[in-house]
Design a protein. Sequence first.
Length: 531
Amino acid sequence: MKILVCDGMHESGLAILQGFRELQVDVPEQISPLEVKERISQYDAVVVRSRTRITAEVLREACRLKVIGRAGTGVDNIDVQAASARGILVMNTPGANAMAAAEHTLAMILSLARHVPQATQSMKEGRWEKKRFVGTELFHQTLGIIGLGKIGSIVADRAIAMKMDVIAYDPHILPEAAAILGVESVSLDELLARSDFITLHTPSTAETRRIINRENLAKTKPGVRIINCARGDLVDEDALHEFLRSGHVAGAALDVFAQEPPKGSPLLKLDNVVLTPHLGASSIQAQANVSRTIASQIADYLLYGIIRNAVNFPSINPKDYEKIRPYLVLAERLGSLQGQICSPVQRLEIEYSGSELETLPLQPLTQTVIKGLLDPVLAEKVNLVNAPLLLRERQIELLASSTSEAPGYTGMITVRVRGKKGESSAAGTVFPGGELRLVRLNNYRLEAELEGINLIVQNLDKPGTIGFIGTTLGNFNVNIANMHLSRTPQRDRAIAIIRIDEEAPQEALDALRTHPNIVSVEQFKLNAGAQ
């Protein structure tokens, strides 16, 4: 079997592949997009980093390709949907560079504390400025971590070893799970008020974008230092510049930026800012690690059929896959719905019912529900393989059951969760033609589509409420695509599932909540391309 390595590979990864006589490995020094397209029909596997793009056009020529390996985490350069349609497995190496990112964060913290880059530059310019560069110890300084996922947890562990006092804000991590790491779980406001150093390790979502903004910077203690090695859009760079200029923020260390490279950014001119060009995952060891990891995965799949870190295909035989495919999409979207409106979760229950699901393998569905539940709220990548492990790491209890009874439906999946916000139950089914429907949400019966951006508005069942909702959304230029209504048998409560064209701003949600009849407002987004 032949493997094409497009963007180079660390020698330790190549050695793994070349160690199997069944595998022939080609590593061209340079390969153009046209050459990839022309040659890909000869190969059973292709390995890429971030440069080579595996497009639908390329995949149309891939008549024998079985697997695409991404030596890294992001798969934006691979048309995963086109690969799935052709039955081609796509693998990546999630977490393989987490240590590098965490250690870079620690380097930034130490650089800020002791003015290392500034002192180096001063020395090179012939000066000896001991008084100018008096630093601060990390001993018993409070480190606030926003996002306690894999990278955040490693940073916490290393900071604790340096005797820092570590607190964390992560609404998707239970306090008990944080305590196991030796970390105190706090609210965002408390973290801002107490921290001497604040480091960001959260994904970019509607809730976290510009989480470091003027309002939140004003809540920090004077002399705070900000570190961002996660996502550029987590920081309002103009606000940070303002607070750095005033001296309220003593320093900042940035590895990522809203625009990369950050040409013309005023932050480049400040002496109290440490900057690196997105080096978080760039270490010799990380590059070797991702190469060895993807090489092992490719070899295991080609030679033994073992699937690890697949982003687009569960472990299901081809005969069952066509039957189970729409239910995989349903499972992920039900999990995603619950994860977005009920996090953090302490217990997850999944019930499979109906004759159509009786003969199908349920474990892939369970793992897909878990993936949907965790993916919107975790910084690290969640896939069908690592989802159960991530669930256990967060001490979330899991119970899955099945029954042949599903009154009115041939197949139905019910996802129940229990957490700090209480309990929630969502049930869905697959209509003829593969259309997905949310048929029950707690006590409400529905037939709502499971796709796109939606609002869930619960309200007292009184006249005028729906009109208020429509008018309020219109005032904020939020266009309604469709709306599904239901109410309790007692006619005291009602619910609206409102699909909207674009994400509603926080101000619109807050405005809806001002009406005395509105009980709750939640927004969730379902990926139309899932599975």
